[in-house]
Design a binder for this molecule. Structure first.
Ligand SMILES: [Zn+2]
Length: 248
């Protein structure tokens, strides 16, 4: 049987001398592996559609085994994301989050569109740290660990929010901050921006401008939160952090 679908390539691994197994994230079927026969040959028509970040339409033979690629049409090549090492590192971290938090063949439209719009933004030059925080917050939601960012997690106050508690799972107000001695003392900009990043739809994201120190605290808070609630290690995040230090 032939089946036709659109998908974003996560990675391809060699299989035999000239074939590859391509991991594709699709809206309809979630993550699936496809056999791309002959894709490593120089003149293969599949070469362009087995590169990471590529969005393509795939036509596959499906039967009892792994679907075999029959035809593919490139939709978005996303060259820039592969030629710029830092952008590649950001994208690789997003892939790792999605790969670990969604099982094989678990479709998730929201995450699929999040990733597609996120990669478009990454290519267009939108602040990659802001995009990464949006992806992290969304993926925490998917995993069932959405931090409480609209009120104090202890007393539900919506004003004077000053701290973030990893252990309590969200903001703490001035009065409650003592319940967690390890709570982060937040910059006012972080208190303002964090809930916005949790709510915003990526396709509606316009120009964003966040100060470096604000970006840094947003990253520290969410990295600590992810380390507490999601099981790592997040290898690609470590690589990304090393790259950022080198190029800062
Ligand atoms: Zn409180």
């Amino acid at each position: 049987m032939l089946s036709k679908f659109e998908g974003i390539v996560f990675r391809a691994k060699d299989y035999g001398e000239s074939n590859q197994i391509v991991l594709v994230f699709t809206e309809q079927f979630g993550k699936i592996s496809l056999m791309a026969r002959g894709s490593k040959k120089p003149k293969s028509r599949f070469r362009a559609v087995t590169e990471p970040f590529t969005l393509a339409q795939f036509i596959c033979f499906t039967g009892s085994g792994m679907p075999t690629l029959s035809q593919a049409d490139l939709i978005k090549p996303r060259h820039l994301l592969r030629s710029d090492l830092l952008l590649t590192a950001y994208g690789a971290y997003w892939f790792e989050l999605i790969d670990k938090l969604l099982s094989e063949k678990e479709p998730h439209s929201l995450v699929y569109r999040l990733l597609d719009h996120g990669l478009d933004h990454l290519e267009k030059g939108t602040d990659p740290d802001v995009l990464t925080r949006i992806i992290e917050l969304n993926m925490l939601g998917v995993a069932g660990y959405q931090p409480v960012l609209d009120r104090c997690v202890q007393c539900s106050a919506t004003t004077d929010l000053t701290h973030f508690s990893i252990r309590q799972g969200g903001f703490l107000c001035k009065k409650c901050r003592s319940v967690d001695g390890h709570a982060f003392s937040l910059q006012p900009a972080v208190v303002r921006i964090l809930p916005l990043l949790q709510r915003i739809e990526l396709r509606r994201l316009g120009e964003v401008s966040v100060k470096p120190e604000t970006n840094q605290q947003l990253e520290s808070v969410l990295s600590a939160f992810i380390d507490e609630y999601l099981s790592g290690p997040w290898k690609s995040r470590q690589i990304l952090q090393q790259f950022k230090q080198t190029w800062r």
